[in-house]
Design a protein around this ligand. Structure first.
Ligand code: NAX
Ligand code: K
Length: 486
């Protein structure tokens, strides 16, 4: 399991590591990694525009703040200047810049200037790093407004964001690429800051062994998901692989039922039961699903999904109560969340795991106020209050457990914000629960694989529908299980 560490945790690890190394070593490691990434980007970018590709002759502008983040940027720029780049460094906090790095840049032929050419091939954002408070100094805002950059590379973090939460309460840099040193920070994977991060490149500076084994935010990878996956053995049958029940849709809204069962069928459970008023549509699309009109008639299942498209009237409330009295774990989505917001008592006395999957408006109905920009804390607060696992949807989905652990999903993409895609996610997650995965892992794994499936479905900039995502899920599962084995 990987993760993201707060500024304070990174500083503790850095202090330990620095004590074992000659002064300046870490900054040189950071600058070398940063310069290599910049060179690769310049090569890629300029080969599409000019015959002369690469660093030589490229125009590079550095926005340099007063601290070590500016130091990293200036040392990296000095390396680019030695390879023939035209480098202009603009101090953005009065004349305060890292003196040793600024001298290295000047020696390499770069220039410290009050104003750089308007157009540059690459803009290095070395304004603020993990020592930064949210917001940008005025001079940096002015420079960003006037510069026209081929590509923007943030040094360690996009300056201006709240490093520890991913909130962006004031102005901040929008990067195409962020080159981070030693570890991810929460701003790379949470909230609006994750969007401003762009593509994330991690430079190993040797910090790993010194980082606290418990990151502030956990980030699952393929190996974790493969480890959690229940692989059917020779003695398994369709029942032992798990039976998943889907209470969704209605005769008026059959689509949610069809999509949620499609998601459930893509998961590891061996058997999918449907309970609700959209049986005809479900049977037509998925003849393998066993349909009954109500939850009570559905028989035993190992996990339920309740909510997508099943309404918020008395009958729906009755169906929700029937699901919640069962001892099986449940995923509550869409209309079920609205009902929980109105009748929170239906959750009390429940002991089996519950996963809630709100988007922001549903969160507000459940919590009483919209999620704060610190989305990890927001998800954790709701999870604690309702003693559930919470999957808070967004361009970077967050999962929180009731004991306060926060997971960020690394595979999300805006294309997934398409009608019905949440129904597929919820059905798939219920299938993971039915196969025996616990609530937090099921939520984390479902978000990860759903994001991968969305990516595969969107390949070549295709428009993606929820049905496309459901169809791509088995492929995404296969890919993750195979990659983790090799
Ligand atoms: N500590 C280390 O060992 C290493 C640090 N590295 C770099 O050092 C960075 C951290 O450097 P620093 O601790 O010097 O801090 P920063 O360079 O992030 O910030 C510098 C100073 O700017 C001021 N400031 C903060 N927020 C501001 C705001 N919103 N407006 C105006 N001024 C503001 C503060 O006085 C702060 O100390 C990392 O992000 C990374 O880039 C790397 O070189 C790797 C090694
Ligand atoms: K920065």
């Amino acid at each position: 399991m990987d993760g993201a560490w707060t500024a304070a945790a990174v500083r503790r690890a850095e202090a330990q590591l620095m004590a074992t190394l000659p002064p300046g070593t870490l900054m040189q490691r950071a600058a070398a990694g940063l310069a290599a990434e910049c060179a690769a980007l310049l090569k890629e970018q300029r080969s599409t525009r000019t015959e002369r590709a690469g660093v030589y002759g490229a125009t590079v502008t550095v926005l340099a703040g007063p601290g070590d983040n500016g130091g990293d940027a200036l040392f990296a720029a000095a390396r680019l200047a030695r390879r023939g780049a035209r480098v202009f460094a603009v101090p953005v906090m009065g004349g305060r810049v890292h003196p040793v790095a600024a001298a290295a840049l000047t020696r390499a032929g770069g220039r410290l200037v009050a104003e750089s050419p308007r157009r540059c091939d690459l803009l290095l954002d070395g304004v603020l790093g993990i020592g930064g408070r949210p917001g940008l100094p005025g001079r940096a805002i002015d420079q960003l407004a006037r510069l026209d950059a081929g590509t923007v590379v943030a040094v360690d973090v996009p300056s201006g964001v709240d490093v520890d939460t991913g909130a962006v309460p004031a102005s901040a840099v929008t990067a195409d690429t962020t080159v981070a040193f030693g570890s991810r920070k929460p701003c790379h994977v949470l909230g609006r800051a994750a969007l401003l991060t762009g593509r994330l490149v991690l430079v190993d500076i040797g910090l790993g062994p010194h980082l606290d084994p418990n990151p502030a935010v956990r980030v699952a990878g393929e190996t974790d998901i493969a480890q959690w996956w229940h692989r059917p053995g020779p003695d398994d049958d369709k029942y032992t692989r798990g039976v998943v029940g889907v209470a969704a849709g209605s005769d008026r809204y059959p689509g949610a039922a069809v999509l949620a069962t499609a998601g459930a069928l893509a998961g590891p459970a061996g058997y999918v039961r449907y309970a609700g008023g959209a049986s005809d549509a479900v049977r037509r699309s998925h003849p393998e699903v066993v349909c009954t009109p109500t939850v009570k008639e559905a028989g035993r299942v190992q996990a339920w999904l309740a909510g997508p498209g099943f309404g918020t009237d008395e009958a729906a409330l009755g169906e929700l109560r029937s699901v919640l009295v069962s001892p099986a774990p449940v995923v509550l989505d869409a209309d079920a969340l609205t009902l929980i917001g109105e009748y929170p008592s239906v959750l009390s006395r429940r002991e089996a795991p519950v996963v809630l999957t709100p988007h922001d408006r549903e969160y507000e109905r459940l919590y009483g106020s919209p999620p704060s920009e610190d989305r990890g804390a927001a998800a954790a607060a709701l999870a604690k209050r309702l003693n559930c696992t919470v999957l808070l949807k967004g361009h970077h989905t967050v999962v929180a457990s009731s004991d306060g652990a926060v997971w960020a999903n690394p595979t999300g993409r805006p294309q997934l914000a398409t009608a019905g895609s949440g129904d597929v996610l919820a059905g798939f997650m219920a299938s993971l629960l039915a196969s025996g995965m616990d609530g937090v892992r099921a939520a984390v794994a479902a978000a990860f694989l759903h994001g991968r499936a969305g990516g595969a479905a969107a390949a070549g900039h295709r428009t993606v529908t929820a049905s496309d995502v459901a169809r791509a899920l088995p492929g995404a599962v296969g890919e993750v299980l195979t990659a983790a084995r090799s």
